[in-house]
Design a protein. Structure first.
Length: 114
């Protein structure tokens, strides 16, 4: 059974940094591209960063140059380093495969104050 557990969110001032972590259980991690998604209040959930099993990355234009995704295949974890945070980065952040599975974890709240 797949489990995804996100952590590391919090409240930070604009310009600050946070690092999110996702622990994945089950067999999917080692064979799938993983991604970080976010959902702001009243908006759809969007993919912001993805990483293949060999470490190739891709970012949404809105976070390019500020966010860095990484993964540790031995530990089944994927991380998101977020720098130069902006108020518009405020959202609940989730990890999932790309394309996403039907199962979602609870996510972690990131709030950026101006």
């Amino acid at each position: 059974q797949v489990q995804l557990v996100e952590s590391g969110g919090g409240l930070v001032q604009a310009g600050g940094s946070l690092t999110l972590s996702c622990a994945a259980s089950g067999s999917i991690f080692s064979i799938r591209t993983m991604g970080w998604y976010r959902q702001a209040p009243g908006k759809q959930r969007d993919l912001v960063a993805r990483i293949t099993i060999v470490g190739m990355t891709n970012y949404a234009d809105s976070v390019k140059g500020r966010f860095t995704i990484s993964r540790d295949n031995a530990k089944n974890t994927v991380s998101l380093q977020m720098n130069s945070l902006k108020p518009e980065d405020t959202a609940v952040y989730y990890c999932n495969t790309v394309p996403e599975m039907a199962y979602w974890g609870q996510g972690t709240q990131v709030t950026v104050s101006s």
